[in-house]
Ligand binder design. Sequence first.
Ligand code: PGA
Length: 258
Amino acid sequence: MVVMNRKPLMVGNWKMHGSHLEAIQRVQKLSYRLDPSDYDRVEVGVAPPFTSLRSVQTVVQMDDLRIRIVAQNLHWAEQGAYTGEVSATMLAKLSVSYAIVGHSERRQYFGEDDRAVNRKAKAALAAGVIPIVAVGETLEQREAGETLQVLRKQVGGSLARIPSEQVDRLVIAYEPVWAIGTGRHANPADAQDTIAGIRAQVRDRHGAAADGVRILYGGSMNPGNVAALMAKRDIDGGLVGGSSLDPDTFAACIRYWR
Ligand code: PGA
């Protein structure tokens, strides 16, 4: 039997919140709340706005913190006339380890489709940045019983033409749209079933690589529900929005077993 070692990953998605000064304080406070042994159990990341990436990188490097720097988005081109955009190569230079691609807010407000998400995921991999590919169904789709079908399309489209040897490094974040920022998280058993369904879809296409892919849950994760979610076999971590803004609350999510 193959024993897969999927180290849990907890990423705080700060979205469009806070100045670079607040970001510095937030990351420092978070580091004070965590013990070295916490990082042995869980990989920890923060995704600040672009304006704070450099400041957070400086703190992480100077204080030698084991916190991963995560970008919230990127553009697929390496460089060029794309006003307002930031490339994966630029992020890699800033020691960014992961980049979220296809967050539902990007899909909803900025018209990102699976094709754009796929280009971003490939550009990230080419630059040595691991994409966190976000997928999730809306309430309407869920109520119509279309969840797995929607996810199959999103996962298939977002991962198109990515070779299986690269797939096992990927992270997928399952974030039901109706659970994001609503205080209404998915029931852990349902989240487990859906995430196991996503893993099965990846396995259909990429075989054993599916066992290496970390699949996170996101959507109103908080210190009160994190333990029950993390107890599920296929849930490999969390993408935490609102609850990541306060370092105490985020640290409580990271230390979910306590
Ligand atoms: P939330 O956001 O935890 O505030 O629901 C999660 C996300 O959008 O990544």
